[in-house]
Structure formats: C-alpha cells, structure tokens
Design a binder for this molecule. Structure first.
Ligand SMILES: Nc1ncnc2c1ncn2[C@@H]1O[C@H](COP(=O)(O)OP(=O)(O)OP(=O)(O)O)[C@@H](O)[C@H]1O
Ligand SMILES: [Mg+2]
Length: 422
C-alpha cells in the first residue's frame, strides 16, 4: 500500500526530527511531502494541493482557528500532535477546534513508542472521526481525553435598563478570556442597542455577523467553519459576531436560528460571550417564551442557553433598585442557571463612603446574593477605550475596571463539572 502524503507542521515538538526519520523509512504508512515552519507556510503548502492531511503541533507559530477553518475549506484533514507530557498542548489543540489529536511520547522514550504514535496518526488519517483521540505515551489518558472533549461555554451578559455597562463588561470579559488563551467569541445580540460591540471594538463590518450566522442556521448550515467565517478576528483568540446595525432589523434574527447559534457556540470549545441586551421588565414577558414579542428572542434564547448569566447593574440608588427587581425576575424565569452579579460604576459620590459594603448588604438582604463583584467607576479609562475603539486591556491596561474584570476571569469557576462524553 502506498504511503499517505502529509504536511508536517510540528516545529515545537521535541521528537520532530525522530518522527521525520521514522516517516522517511521504506514501508512507512505516512510520508512527509512538506515540513512547515508556521501557519502561513502550512497554508501555502495546503493551497498547492500536495497533501490532504496536515499534522500540526500546538506550538506551531501563528496557528489560529482561522487557519483551521481555511484548511477545512480546502478539504484538508487536520490532526493535532500534542506532547504527552504537556496537557496544555491538548488544551490548545482542543481550543483551536482540532478534533483529532494524538499524543507524542515523552522525550526519553524510544523508537517503539514513536512507532505507536505513527500508528495512531495513521489511524486518524485513514479514519478521521470527529472528536477522536489517539494516545500513546502512557500518561493521564483520561485527563487528556477530558481536556480534548470539553465543551464550549456560553456566558450571557445581561442587566436592567439604564446602560449599566453590559457591553463594557461583555467586551472586557471576552478580551480577558482571549488573553488567557481561552478562545472567546463575543456576540452582539442586543436587538435594541445593536451595533454597540462593533463600536466598542472599532470594528467596521459591512455585514452583520449575527445576521449571517442566523442565515446559516436557518438553512441548517451553521457548522464550525461557517460560524468562524461569519465572525471577525479582533486579535489572537478574540473573535466577534457583530450585531444588527439598525435596531429595526431585529426581525432577521429568528428564535430557532438564535437557538441553533447558541448551540453552535456550546459545541465549539472556548467561551461564547453574548451581549444579551436588557431586562424585560415585566414578569409575564420574561417568564413565557411563547408570549414574548420576538424582539426579545435574542435576549431570552441566550439566557435560556447560558451556562452562566452575568447580571450587570449600576451602582446608584436607581440602578440598585432595578437590579434587585431584575434579579427576582431572572430567578423566576431561569431558576436553574447560575448567576454572577456585577455591580458596575461603583463610586462614593452615588452611594456614600462605604459603597461596596452597602451594595453587598442590599443584594444579600433582598436577593440572597453575597458574592457580587464590584467594578469601580473609571470614566477616563472607559472613555479612552471607546474613543480609540480598543479594549481596556489595550487602551488602559492598568485601569481599575480592567483589573476587576481580569480578576474575575482569572478566578472564574464554572458551576458544574465538565460534561464529558464517554
Ligand atoms: N466602570 C465604568 N466606569 C466608567 N464608565 C463606564 C463604566 N462602565 C461603563 N461605562 C460607560 O458607561 C456607558 C454605557 O456603557 P455600556 O455601553 O457598556 O452600557 P450598556 O449597559 O451596554 O448600555 P446600552 O443600554 O446602551 O446597551 C459607556 O459610555 C461606558 O464607557
Ligand atoms: Mg450595550
């Protein structure tokens, strides 16, 4: 049987040279047609059509989800090669949506172990089943399997009327996750204040990302490459699905399509952060999906699909009252979903010298929440970010708002254990 040609893009891997030697032997099941030093090199080789399979390491320079999507569009099967002593490798590959991962053995192991890796690679190449994991190297198979199969998470950022800072928080959280090497897809699903996320990020999009994604969903074609293509890359691991540019276009977002969009987000590893707009003030609106006007569908479907709801309120007497009411509505509508409360724009001038203590006491007493996150007022930093069309980490990295959001992401714990398919 003739050897299957592959593109090898594994420059960071300790055993790369041995692997090359092994695959160069007569009778090998795979043969390397090109060794690629970075993702651009890989794309160029893929474009020449010299192989249908690419084997990539987690440390391949400039490797992004965009690359994977474009390789898939060219019909190339991508197999990830992780070092078996680096679980982080598997995480990176999983976050890049590379469903096929094999492990290289530890450095000190011999030819036999490497042969096992090659056999595993060959099996994946011949039978590329989604989400398969081949392992050699003998360490923490189950742990790596769990990492590779971990699902994506959906966080809906929501809050009462009065511009408490939902968009600022959604952009900041997504950006901090991305900087923490968790790929983040930020979705502007605010059908009232649509377009705000693009403005916050200085993104000019002629087409609305969420409308494109929903159209694909309407026709049953919202797969990971289609979702990736509808989104714009802001930087590295941060991508954005821009919102509807004019509020009157809300009718283009059908509830069923939105539900599929959230599902696609949860099927893609990383985190999908949804700017879900504002509270529906009346109980009966928020409680019953069937009776709500469809304009609320984006907010409601996102809240219904969320793994975690981030409720943002404003730290002033009116904002706190609205927040308390909104949290009551939220709990009645979605009693099962964990809620993280952020009280934003905390300042002495609005709530007195012990603003933080007062906020905590109010929330504890009225809604039984004792762990609200207080984000200070920092007008200068937020204005500078808006003016520059950049994130707080880019424009005001030392600002207190940025620090509070970064800390929240660093300490973030997901509410339930990972739901790992056997
Ligand atoms: N912690 C903060 N300190 C100072 N200004 C802030 C803070 N958070 C948000 N802002 C400012 O408040 C304004 C409203 O913020 P943002 O657009 O995030 O609110 P929103 O809840 O999404 O409002 P909308 O109802 O328009 O969607 C913006 O000018 C933003 O820069
Ligand atoms: Mg907003």
């Amino acid at each position: 049987m003739s050897a299957t040609p592959i593109l090898l893009a594994a420059p960071g891997l300790a055993q790369e040279a041995e692997l090359v030697a092994l695959l160069g032997q007569r009778g090998a099941s795979l043969t390397i047609t090109r060794r690629c030093v970075d993702a651009l090199d890989l794309m160029a080789a893929a474009g020449e059509g010299v192989a249908r399979v690419a084997v990539v390491s987690a440390r391949l320079p400039r490797l992004t989800r965009d690359t994977i999507g474009r390789l898939a569009a060219l019909g190339i099967t991508v197999v990830g090669l992780a070092a078996s002593d680096a679980d982080a490798d598997a995480t990176v590959l999983r976050n890049l949506d590379i469903p096929l991962v094999t492990m290289a053995p530890p450095d000190e192991s011999g030819r036999d172990d490497l042969n096992v890796t090659v056999a595993a690679l060959a099996r994946l190449v011949v039978d590329p089943r989604p989400s398969s994991l081949e392992y050699s190297g003998g360490r923490s198979t189950q742990a790596v399997r769990e990492i590779v199969k971990a699902p994506g998470r959906l966080v809906a950022v929501w809050g009462p009327v009065g511009a408490p800072g939902r968009t600022t928080v959604a952009v900041g959280l997504a950006d901090e996750w991305a900087r923490n090497r968790t790929p983040a897809l930020l979705v502007d699903a605010d059908t009232v204040g649509g377009g705000a996320v693009a403005a916050h990020l200085g993104v000019l999009d002629e087409v609305s990302g969420i409308v494109v994604a929903c159209r694909h969903a309407d026709t049953g074609r919202l797969d990971p490459p289609a979702l990736a293509a509808a989104a714009r890359t802001v930087h590295g691991d941060l991508r954005v699905l821009t919102g509807i540019p004019r509020a009157e276009r809300w009718a283009e977002l059908r509830p069923a399509a939105l539900t599929r969009l959230w599902q696609a987000g949860r099927n893609t590893s990383g985190v999908m952060v949804v700017d879900a707009g504002f509270s529906l003030e009346r109980d009966e609106e928020i409680v019953s999906d069937a009776r709500v006007p469809r304009r609320a569908a984006a907010t409601l479907t996102a809240l219904a699909a969320a793994d975690m709801i981030v409720a943002v309120g404003s730290a002033d007497p009116v904002g706190m009252e609205r927040l308390v009411h909104a949290l009551g509505d939220l709990r009645r509508a979605f009693p099962e979903t964990p809620v993280r409360v952020i009280v934003n724009r905390v300042r002495r001038s609005a709530l007195g010298p012990d603003a933080t203590g007062q906020i905590r006491e109010t929330l504890r007493r009225h809604v039984g929440i004792g762990d609200a996150v207080c984000v200070p007022e920092d007008r200068e930093a937020c204005d500078a970010a808006l003016r520059a069309g950049g994130t707080l980490a880019e424009v005001a990295p030392r600002s207190q708002v940025r620090n509070a959001l970064r800390e929240l992401v660093t300490e973030w714990t997901w509410p339930a254990p990972l739901d790992i398919a056997a």
